[in-house]
Design a protein around this ligand. Structure first.
Ligand code: PMV
Length: 331
């Protein structure tokens, strides 16, 4: 396929897992929401056969065949940038093109805290590179982004790439696909970033070990997770945020059981509940990361707590978020 332009831009949103994280890796449903924070990617065709990647995190490197030249950043830079190079290579190979690229990333999503930053990077890169050739297809983008994301953690459910590509609210089952969820009401969700980074791959592996050593209890927990996600689908549809909050609390207990919550997360969750939240839970892989909170309108005490967080000894930061309905955008 011929190039139709020499540069392109795309952006893709981050996400929250509202229900079903970890269980989704084992073909159970999860519910996700895209959020109004994005990764922006610009690509330029260059005159070499190198794929040069620069991220606003200060990471700069150049890939040529199997070699990597670190230009700026820590030792892990190669591992962090490799999935993005893979996105570009998957597109170039599919389109029969062997040109080099300069790829620039700018993100307003904190990374490694459960907000889908890696997936958004993969989706935006795939979309930007593919739009050098034609108007990209969203299903194709999400499929290729999942392939590249599996370099980061090989058992990825693919949920993050799908929500980042399609936006909105979604009921997702690995190997089956997704259904969009339409809510009668705009959901008001609070988000707390604990500031503690996690490795999704390590947490997914620890859940795998839990599953293998606690076969029966994992089956029971999986069943509960499925029921919770199904009820949450209905609650979101009806705009019933109080029920949604109560389901979040039930989901958090399951995540505690499989060992991905910790003392600090539980403390933050409990404080939110004592200050009037309908529900709160960790979101994403856990082990630090982020917490989501469902709360009634005019929750003055809770809002004061959110605002005071960064100065308190609990640490963390409240991030205002809304659901993003546009998904990946190509400019
Ligand atoms: O990487 P995170 O923290 O956004 O978590 C991803 C959600 C998991 O269910 C834990 C993993 C997956 O592949 O779905």
């Amino acid at each position: 396929m011929r190039l139709i332009r020499s540069s392109a831009r795309a952006s893709a949103p981050g996400k929250l897992v509202l229900f079903g994280e970890h269980f989704v890796v084992y073909d159970n449903p999860a519910i996700l929401a895209a959020i109004n924070r994005r990764v922006n990617v610009t690509v330029h065709v260059n005159n070499t056969d190198n794929i040069n990647i620069t991220s606003d995190l200060g990471l700069v490197g150049s890939f040529k065949d199997s070699r990597f030249n670190l230009l700026s950043g820590p030792q892990e830079t190669r591992t962090i940038l490799a999935p993005l190079c893979e996105c570009a290579r998957l597109v170039l190979s599919e389109r029969g093109c062997n040109r080099g690229l300069d790829i620039d990333l700018v993100s307003n999503l904190p990374e490694s805290v459960g907000l889908g930053s890696s997936a958004a990077c993969c989706v935006a890169t795939t979309a930007a590179v593919d739009s050098l050739f034609h108007e990209p297809d969203r299903y194709w983008i999400s499929e290729k982004a999942v392939e590249a994301e599996r370099l980061i953690h090989k058992n990825s459910s693919g949920a993050d790439c799908h929500i980042s590509t399609f936006g909105g609210l979604m009921y997702f089952v690995k190997n089956e696909g997704f259904r969009k969820i339409y809510s009668k009401k705009q959901l008001s969700l609070g988000l707390i970033n604990t500031g503690r980074k996690h490795s999704t791959g390590k947490l997914v592996s620890s859940v795998k070990r839990f599953k293998e050593t606690n076969v029966t209890s994992f089956k029971v927990l999986t069943l509960f997770s499925e029921i919770i996600s199904q009820k949450a689908f209905v609650a979101i549809n009806e705009g019933d945020e109080k029920t949604l909050g109560s389901l979040m609390n039930q989901n958090h207990v399951l995540l505690q059981e499989i060992g991905v919550s910790d003392k600090k997360i539980d403390e933050l969750v409990n404080i939110c509940l004592t200050k009037g939240a309908w529900g709160a839970k960790l979101t994403g892989a856990g082990g630090g990361g982020s917490i989501i909170v469902s709360f009634p309108p005019n929750s003055y005490e809770l809002k004061v707590f959110f605002d005071s967080l960064d100065k308190s000894e609990l640490g963390g930061q409240s991030i205002p978020v809304e659901v993003d309905f546009s998904g990946v955008l190509v400019a």
